[in-house]
Write a protein that binds this ligand. Structure first.
Ligand code: PGA
Length: 251
């Protein structure tokens, strides 16, 4: 099938621009020969200097959020047009922290995904259940619903380019990683719903990541599962050596 794996860091609200540049400069050579695509999801204010620092390397840059409108009276927001102007490659959309603390919904996720494509940014769309939802046995239904709404109205070509990150909320920042079987099971559910909606070609092409306490010691096992195409990594992406090992999980 030949899906290229992705190791994407999500720095969240961490690192100043100066720290960010030091980080990518230290990371550059270590990940130069990586088989996986290397992405760093940095705070907005770090984007210009990080983009400059990674020039000529294989490190791509993601924003952690965006607004769906091009411009206007939305104090504190950043648009897809602004990110495209900085040649940002990816944008993380609908992270559970954004859903939980900033009232994002499946509908706003869908609007943002459309806007991302409009400006040539590849969306990394986050979905995943809470512990209560897992215990209630509704994980598969919930994740199917989240994926369906996130992708509503997209073309097959767009869906092929999109990335979905399955991130069980109970595994984020808790040190409690989903087992590779649990992660694989839900990633397979996601691939299945995409097949139902867009056909096998698209389902085979789209990359589905796992996120939630990914670290150097569990990356290989997770990333080698048949429906897991890499990871969205929070805490462990903040340390050069740890993130290097995740990127080079197969070495
Ligand atoms: P974590 O975060 O790796 O620190 O659990 C993952 C994420 O929130 O994307």
């Amino acid at each position: 099938m030949g899906r290229v794996k992705i190791a994407a860091g999500n720095w969240k609200m961490n690192k100043t621009a100066k720290e960010a540049v030091e980080f990518v400069q230290a990371l550059k050579d270590k990940v130069a020969g990586a088989d996986a695509e290397v992405v760093t999801g940095v705070p907005f204010v770090c984007i210009p200097s990080v983009k400059k620092a990674v020039e000529g390397s294989n490190i791509k840059v993601a924003a952690q959020n965006m607004h769906w409108e091009e411009n206007g009276a939305f104090t504190g927001e950043v648009s897809g047009a602004m990110l495209a102007d900085l040649e940002v490659n990816y944008v993380i959309i609908g992270h559970s922290e954004r859903r939980q603390y900033f009232a994002e919904t499946d509908e706003t996720v869908n609007k943002k995904v459309h806007a991302a494509f409009k400006y040539g940014l590849k969306p990394i769309i986050c979905v995943g259940e809470s512990l209560t939802q897992r215990e209630q046995g509704v994980t598969a239904e919930l994740v199917r619903y989240q994926v369906k709404i996130a992708l509503l109205g997209l073309s097959a070509e767009q869906v092929k380019e999109a990335v979905i990150a399955y991130e069980p909320i109970w595994a984020i920042g808790t040190g409690k990683t989903a087992t590779s079987e649990q992660a694989q099971e839900v990633c397979a559910v996601i691939r299945k719903v995409i097949e139902e909606l867009y056909g096998k070609d698209v389902a085979d092409a789209i990359r589905i990541l796992y996120g939630g306490s990914v670290k150097a010691s569990n990356a290989a096992e997770l990333f080698n599962m048949s429906d897991i195409d890499g990871g969205l990594v929070g805490g462990a992406s903040l340390q050069v050596d740890e993130f290097d090992k995740i990127v080079n999980y197969n070495k």
